[in-house]
Design a protein around this ligand. Sequence first.
Ligand SMILES: Cc1cc2nc3c(=O)[nH]c(=O)nc-3n(C[C@H](O)[C@H](O)[C@H](O)COP(=O)(O)O)c2cc1C
Length: 189
Amino acid sequence: MMTIYRPIVLDEEIKFSKKKFIVSKTDLRGNIVFINKNFSDVSGYSEEEIIGAPHNILRHPDMPQAVFYLVWKTLLSGRPISGVIKNLAKNGKYYWVIADLEPKFNPQGDIVALTAFRRAAPDHVIEAAEELYATMLAIEKKHGMEQSIAYLEGFLEEHQITYHDFIAELIKPKGIISIFLEAFKKFFT
Ligand SMILES: Cc1cc2nc3c(=O)[nH]c(=O)nc-3n(C[C@H](O)[C@H](O)[C@H](O)COP(=O)(O)O)c2cc1C
């Protein structure tokens, strides 16, 4: 692993093909142990640079901490979770992804690794996430993460929906993409 400098954040989006699935795998502390070529193509980081680096290398300042808190809590309790994430590329630009994260187990039932499959987020998903996250981030800056989680819970209650169903409905892969995605996941597991 080499030293990685934090890029200067640019307000410019990277768009990539809906068929370009981005894969990574980490250890239980979130250090990257595997990436696929699409990961390099979109993020701009080579395998040599990024293997061994913490996954928060992609962390965008517009992302609320509460989202990652939920991600880690869910994964380490042995359950999968999907989310919408704004990522920061090496060149400072951003790209939105829908990420399906899941724990991997050994035959004894211990969690041994965490994997992420990502695809491009469609515009309506980006718009919904942008609005929700901007509010959560503002709450976090003023009142801390607990309040931002409470806001998210209130938002869901108001819409009479669980977090899981909210995300599932928002990100449900449609049509042919869902078939590609399933085939792609099988190839990597
Ligand atoms: C398998 C896996 C994939 C992850 N992918 C991303 C990602 O694409 N972007 C991101 O910002 N964080 C990702 N994370 C979360 C990071 O580990 C980290 O929690 C997050 O960037 C927030 O940084 P912080 O915990 O240092 O505040 C991933 C975590 C795991 C376990």
